[in-house]
Ligand binder design. Structure first.
Ligand code: HAM
Length: 424
């Protein structure tokens, strides 16, 4: 019989991983909410032209990576490869462009890339878009927000930052860069030769060792950026310095999407692997104009959820929930155990109770409680039922206590930071 498999590059997120995913997402949501962001949910499918117009012809995403199909009415749709274009479309379509919008989103995105660790064809992003504020103050705020996220997770990825100027600055610079790179064309592979014509800037972040020195000595975009843009960027750097936010100025950082201007940044982990960008973003002050004829400043970033989870090795606990596992020593006590379960569930919405269906063997049931990382195992046997009690085993400490079920409320106080206190 044919065994079905998930599509290449698209993974199942099983409970062993989804627990960490949910815990991480909860931290991200609560942090961005502290900065005034609200959720937006946009469709997975969009008009293909939306992505061509925003991300740009000549970029890898548009040229090679989109999942595109034509429907029965001959209209071309694409599965969203990123979230910024959809947010801009939604703001314009719903007439929200006159006010400041702070939006977050979380969900799957699709790019037909060569799958490898940290790079999938269906992956998940958690992103924010901050629409309507032009100055370096907004630039600072989103970097500060990203740093709050890292602090709340307990990691410190490295911030790389660059100023790529506005589209006019960039046009001038691209011509100068092209002339320079043309001299070394014989060292380029086919892909790089193609980029030289269609997406010259991306040669700057080529990983080809042959090009390392050529790129190091290339003209820098910095020298072609207007003095006003440079001044703004210096103001941002000053704010970062004042707040002790460390960064590296990376003159080669250009990003793979066309819509950026001025500020671009990335957070990378400290490994040397290729897929080590955990989060990336920047300004896109000209994207609205290309879609609605009105200039509206905007900026944002997106975090790759899989990469971040791999970076922290899935070691993140939900601080919100406490899990109890009912170990029932005889099937005839099942109904008593359900009564106890409901008492525990009613003490706090954060208390999750699951049941063993393998009656009798306590050792096996404790093993299962351990396996599912239960905080507490509630043991119910002859003595407990006779005396209207249960035993509560703290799985981390290994300690165990007999508690009358009418007093569970007192012992499992939710306001005491979840814990059942051994000495009370
Ligand atoms: P991006 O750099 O294309 O930017 O993607 C952001 C992050 O998504 C990457 O840094 C990476 O962590 C993750 N990511 C991208 N592709 C994959 C993949 N194939 N597999 C796993 N993870 C991946 C954007 O998408 C912009 N929309 C970010 C933004 C928001 N800029 C302004 N606002």
């Amino acid at each position: 019989m044919k065994k079905f498999q998930s599509v290449r590059g698209m993974r199942d997120i099983l409970p062993s991983e989804s627990r960490a995913y949910r815990a991480l997402e909860n931290i991200l949501i609560s942090t961005v909410q502290q900065y005034g962001y609200e959720e937006i949910k946009t469709p997975i499918l969009e008009d293909t032209n939306l992505f061509i117009k925003s991300i740009g012809n000549g970029t890898d995403i548009v040229d090679k990576e989109m999942y595109t199909f034509v429907d029965s009415k001959s209209k071309s749709f694409s599965m969203r490869p990123e979230g910024t274009a959809s947010c801009v479309r939604a703001i314009i379509e719903n007439g929200l462009q006159e006010s400041i919008n702070k939006l977050w989103y979380s969900g799957p995105f699709f790019r037909h890339e060569r799958p490898q660790k940290g790079r999938y064809r269906q992956f998940h992003q958690f992103g924010i878009e901050f629409i309507g504020v032009k100055t370096h103050v907004a630039d600072f705020e989103i970097i500060n927000l990203a740093n709050s996220i890292w602090k709340n997770i307990g990691i410190s990825p490295q911030l790389k930052i660059n100023n790529i100027g506005d589209p006019n600055d960039r046009k001038k610079y691209i011509e100068i860069l092209k002339t320079y790179l043309n001299k070394y064309k014989s060292d380029f592979d086919d892909n790089e030769k193609n980029k030289l014509i269609n997406n010259t800037l991306r040669i700057l972040d080529s990983k080809n060792p042959k090009l390392k020195e050529i790129i190091e000595s290339a003209p820098r975009i910095e020298d072609y950026i207007s003095s006003e843009s440079q001044k703004n960027f210096q103001k941002l750097l000053k704010l970062l310095n004042d707040e002790n936010i460390s960064y590296t100025r990376d003159y080669k950082l250009v990003r793979g999407l066309d819509y950026y201007n001025n500020l671009v940044f990335e957070y990378t982990d400290d490994t040397d692997v290729t897929q080590n960008t955990l989060c990336a973003g920047g300004r896109y002050d000209f994207l609205f104009k290309s879609m609605c004829d009105k200039e509206i400043p905007a900026l944002g970033f997106a975090i790759g959820m899989e990469r971040l989870l791999e970076h922290i090795d899935y070691k993140i606990e939900s601080s919100d929930t406490v899990s109890f596992y009912m170990a029932i020593l005889d099937e005839k006590y099942f109904s008593y155990s359900q009564k106890v379960s409901n008492i525990i569930r009613n003490i706090s919405k954060k208390y999750n109770v699951s049941t063993s269906y393998n009656f009798s063997n306590l050792k096996a049931q404790l093993k299962k409680a351990n396996k599912i990382s239960a905080n507490y195992c509630v043991i119910i046997g002859d003595e407990e039922v006779k005396n209207n009690e249960c035993q509560i085993k703290d799985m981390a400490l290994g300690s165990q206590k007999t508690v009358n079920i009418d007093e569970l409320n007192k012992y499992l106080k939710p306001d005491k930071n979840l814990e059942y206190k051994e000495n009370e």
